[in-house]
Design a protein around this ligand. Structure first.
Ligand code: AMP
Length: 293
């Protein structure tokens, strides 16, 4: 495995591998098993796997969150090598945003303006769309791998790729969870034992909504109420629990098609997000029925 730090070195390293499929796994580092499931999916489908590690400052709405974001590059490099990454692209901020940088990629509509877009501000998805566009153009991968855990990010990027005719296949990998059901996240490292126990109300709420839909409850507000009941009194600070269209993020009116149930909450100082997809006819097992992968 090699580590490159400039777009130019990345392109040079990829030039001789161009005739075979290239997969890109964008990350902000602090790797955990969730990231490695993306690498394994990329490894299975490509000859060359590139992982980018870049804590993108423009997508952080809170300076404190950016400052506290874990940076563990040596450990990340070891984990990436072990998982079969061929090239780590780890630029610094000046490489991605040199002096004079003035371009923003902005996707309009509820997909960027609601939920995460409303809580974190418009700049969040502007930052995500701009950096992912740059990473895709730097690596020109055949496929890029993202986690379903960041469902709104996935919807934004699918819009981006469709609208700009970007020649890349987006692959969405299922949310990887710990054995207790908590979605894996680099931010989980900040939870105390007590906060972690309280955070389990989040997958429990998603499971309660899934179970209610499976039992035939089809009213969107009633389903939401089931989730809210699970979160109440757990000492967590709910930002939203919403049932939306998984592609447009418009509010779901009925369970006549798949509906995304998305949650964001703060537990102590840590902000966590999670989601699951339900539908009246093909209800998945829910987050707590899955093996902790
Ligand atoms: P991050 O480093 O948090 O920006 O995440 C990099 C990629 O890993 C994104 O596509 C995330 O959606 C994905 N990811 C993060 N956590 C998980 C998880 N628990 N399961 C699956 N994918 C994940």
């Amino acid at each position: 495995m090699i580590i490159v730090r400039t777009v130019s070195d990345l392109r040079t390293a990829l030039r001789e591998r161009r005739d075979t499929p290239v997969g890109l796994v964008p990350t902000m580092g602090a790797l955990h098993e969730g990231h490695l499931t993306l690498v394994r999916a990329a490894r299975a489908e490509n000859r060359t796997v590139v992982m980018s590690i870049f804590v993108n400052p423009t997508q952080f709405d809170e300076q404190a969150d950016l400052a506290a974001y874990p940076r563990t590059e040596d450990r990340d490099a070891a984990l990436a090598a072990e998982a079969g990454v061929d090239i780590v692209f780890a630029p610094d901020a000046a490489e991605m945003y040199p002096t004079g940088f003035a371009t923003t990629v902005r996707i309009a509509g509820p997909v960027t303006e609601t939920l995460e877009g409303a809580q974190r501000g418009r700049a969040h998805f502007d930052g995500v769309a701009t950096i992912v566009t740059k990473l895709l153009l730097a690596a020109l991968p055949d496929a890029a791998y993202f986690g379903a855990k960041d469902a709104q990010q996935v919807a934004v990027l699918q819009r981006l790729v469709a609208d700009l005719d970007l020649p890349v296949r987006l692959v969405v990998c299922p949310t990887s969870r710990d054995a207790d059901g908590l979605a894996r996240s680099s931010r989980n490292a900040r939870l105390t034992a007590d906060e972690r126990a309280r955070a389990l109300a989040i997958p429990r709420a998603l499971q309660a909504v899934t179970d209610a839909a499976a039992a035939g409850l089809a009213d969107v507000e009633a389903l939401r109420a089931r989730g809210l009941a699970e979160l109440a009194g757990e000492g967590i600070d709910l930002e939203y629990l919403a049932l939306v269209d998984p592609a447009t993020f418009e509010p779901a009116a009925a369970l006549d098609r798949p509906v995304l149930v998305a949650v964001a909450a703060r537990v102590g100082r840590t902000r966590l997000i999670d989601n699951t997809v339900i539908s009246a006819h093909a209800v998945g097992p829910g987050p707590l029925s899955q093996e902790g992968a």
